[in-house]
Design a protein. Sequence first.
Length: 155
Amino acid sequence: MAAVPIKLKWLDDADRSVGLPSYETAGSAGADVRVNFPLDQRDGVTLAPGARALVPTGLSLEIPRGFEVQMRPRSGLALKHGITLPNSPGTIDSDYRGPLGVIVLNAGQEAFEISHGMRIAQMVVAPVVMAEFQLDQELSETSRGSGGFGSTGVL
């Protein structure tokens, strides 16, 4: 499987010792992304239950056209502490060149300390398929039809 080249650039106030995103196992689909606070905020932040914050990574990136980067929660943080990404998966488009930040939500019941250098999310590189939207007067019939939420049976 060929790797997709993602160019990364350190922001001016980034702590370069924190490290770049990395795959933690050979079978990982997502590369872990670390918190990289600016120098005046390296003590971290405490996220109260129900609160959210934009957490910096100290990076900007260049994604090849035809791909996106999706930001997703880390399952261990979600299970143990209720830490999630409210817009998951958060999409980063190939034409964006600004700072890479992660919107973090504390859905847990206790305050959570976000510390400098911790692994906060994972990024997944994915191909993009563009649609051609076509207005039509008729849609094909299916056995489900217009049945919505819960229409396919009991949970």
